[in-house]
Ligand binder design. Structure first.
Ligand code: TYM
Length: 380
C-alpha cells in the first residue's frame, strides 16, 4: 500500500512513520542495548539519543565494537548551503560535534555549493558560494575542534576529490542513480554525476566512516555501500535522525523555502516571539476551559515537540512540562512562552559563537591541521 508520507533528499511530505521507514530503507533501529553500549563507551548519552531523535543506524554497532577493541573511525556530515540556516539544520551538526568530543575523532564536513546550484534553476553559483561562507560560520558555532575538523566546499576542493569521484562514478550506472533518486532523462547531467561527490568523503580515510545526518540523506549511503568494498574502502556506517517538524504543523520537515515554517538562526527576539505565538501549531484545546478539562495532545503539538527534540535537555523538566500540559494544568500560551525563551537563549549563545567563528574559518578550511594532513596524503 502506498504510504501517505514520503522522504527523499529534497523533500519530506506528510507525517513520517519512522518505524515503517526503517523497514522501507532497510536500516536498523537503535536499540536499548546499543544505547547502553554507547553509554559504556563514552560515559553518557546525548538527549537526542535518549529521546530517540537519533533513532536508526547502519553498522553503528560495528563502530562501537571495533572502538572497544581499539580501532578508531572518522565522522562525516554535510550541508547544501542556503540563504540562512534554520534550527532543524543544526541538529546533525550539534550531534556530530558531541560525538567528536566524546570520541576525539576527525570530522569532515562537505559544503555542496555545486549541488545547490545544479538542483535549483533560480540560484546562481555566486549565490550558493556566498551562502557556503555564511553557513560555515553557523556550522563552526556548533562547537567543532579546529585541529580535528576539515570543512571544504566542493567547488574549491574538487581537484582533490576528482580522482576518487571518477572511480566512484565509473561504478554507478545511470539507471541505478535514476532509480535511487527518482531522476529522469530531463535531469541535468550535473545532478546525475553529483552523488559520486557526496560519496567521496566517505573514503577520505581508510578507516570506517560514521555519518550522522537526517534520514533523508540515506539514498546516497545505499549507493556507497554497494560499491565501497570493490574500491577498497569500508561501507559507510550511519546514524540517522528524525526531522524537526515545521512550526506550522507536525507534518513534513522544517524547510527554508516556507519562511513562516522555520526559525532562522538570524531571527531576533521579537521575530521568534511573533512566529511562535502566531504560527506554532498547537495540540492544546481551543478555549482555556476545554484545555483545563481535556489537556493537550502532545503528539501534534509543535512547541512541545521542539522542546522535546532540541530545546529542553533536562529530562525532569521535559517530563514535568509533558504532565502539566497534557493534563490541562499548563496552557498553550505558557508552553509557547517557555519555547520562546529557550529559542532566544539558544540563539543568543549561537550568535556569540558565530561571531567568534569569523576568525577561525581558515583553520577549519584549507589551512587547518586536518586539511594539511589530507594534502600530504593525497600528494605523497
Ligand atoms: P541539507 O543542506 O539539505 O541538510 C543538511 C543536514 O540537515 C539535515 N536536516 C534536518 N535535520 C533535522 N530536522 C530538519 N528539519 C532538517 N532539515 C535538514 C539533513 O538531513 C542533513 O543532515 N546533500 C546534503 C548535503 C551533504 C550531506 C553530506 C548531508 C553532503 N554530504 C553528508 C549529510 C551528510 C544536503 O542537501 O543537506
Amino acid at each position: 500500500m502506498a504510504e501517505n508520507y514520503s522522504v527523499t533528499p529534497w523533500e519530506v511530505k506528510g507525517k513520517v512513520d519512522y518505524d515503517k521507514l526503517i523497514v522501507q530503507f532497510g536500516t536498523q533501529k537503535i536499540t536499548d542495548q546499543l544505547r547502553r553500549d554507547l553509554q559504556s563507551a563514552v560515559g553518557e548519552l546525548h538527549p537526542m539519543l535518549r529521546r530517540e531523535i537519533f533513532f536508526s543506524h547502519r553498522d553503528f554497532d560495528i563502530i562501537l565494537k571495533e572502538w572497544k577493541e581499539g580501532r578508531s573511525f572518522f565522522l562525516y556530515t554535510g550541508r547544501a548551503p542556503s540563504l540562512g540556516m534554520h534550527i532543524g539544520h543544526m541538529i546533525p551538526f550539534v550531534f556530530t560535534a558531541w560525538l567528536q568530543k566524546k570520541f576525539g575523532v576527525n570530522v569532515y564536513i562537505e559544503i555542496t555549493d555545486d549541488e545547490k546550484f545544479m538542483r535549483n534553476l533560480e540560484y546562481s553559483l555566486d549565490q550558493t558560494r556566498q551562502w557556503a561562507l555564511d553557513n560555515i560560520l553557523d556550522i563552526i558555532a556548533a562547537g567543532f575542534d579546529p585541529d580535528k575538523t576539515f570543512i571544504f566546499q566542493d567547488t574549491e576542493y574538487i581537484r582533490n576529490m576528482y580522482p576518487l569521484a571518477i572511480k566512484i562514478a565509473k561504478k554507478l550506472t545511470f539507471s541505478e542513480v535514476k532509480a535511487t533518486f527518482g531522476l529522469d532523462v530531463s535531469s541535468n547531467i550535473g545532478i546525475i554525476f553529483y552523488p559520486s561527490l557526496q560519496i567521496v568523503p566517505t573514503m577520505f580515510e581508510k578507516r570506517r566512516c560514521l555519518i550522522p545526518a537526517g534520514i533523508d540523506q540515506d539514498p546516497y549511503w545505499r549507493l556507497q555501500r554497494d560499491i565501497a568494498e570493490s574500491l577498497g574502502y569500508y561501507k559507510a556506517a550511519q546514524i540517522h535522525s528524525k526531522f524537526l517538524p515545521p512550526l506550522t504543523g507536525p507534518e513534513g520537515k522544517m524547510s527554508s523555502s516556507v519562511p513562516e515554517s522555520a526559525i532562522y538562526l538570524i531571527d531576533d527576539h521579537k521575530t521568534v516571539e511573533r512566529k511562535v505565538m502566531k504560527y506554532a501549531f498547537s495540540g492544546g484545546q481551543p478555549t482555556v476551559e476545554l484545555q483545563r478539562k481535556l489537556g493537550a495532545n502532545l503528539d501534534v503539538d509543535v512547541p512541545y515537540q521542539w522542546l522535546y527534540y532540541f530545546f529542553e535537555e533536562d529530562d525532569q523538566k521535559i517530563k514535568r512540562i509533558a504532565e502539566e500540559y497534557s493534563s490541562g494544568k499548563m496552557l498553550t500560551g505558557e508552553i509557547k512562552q517557555i519555547l520562546v525563551e529557550k529559542i532566544n537563549s539558544f540563539l543568543d549563545l549561537h550568535r556569540e559563537r558565530r561571531e567568534r567563528a569569523r576568525d577561525m574559518v581558515k583553520d577549519f578550511k584549507y589551512e587547518g591541521r586536518l586539511a594539511r594532513a589530507m594534502w600530504e596524503k593525497i600528494h605523497e
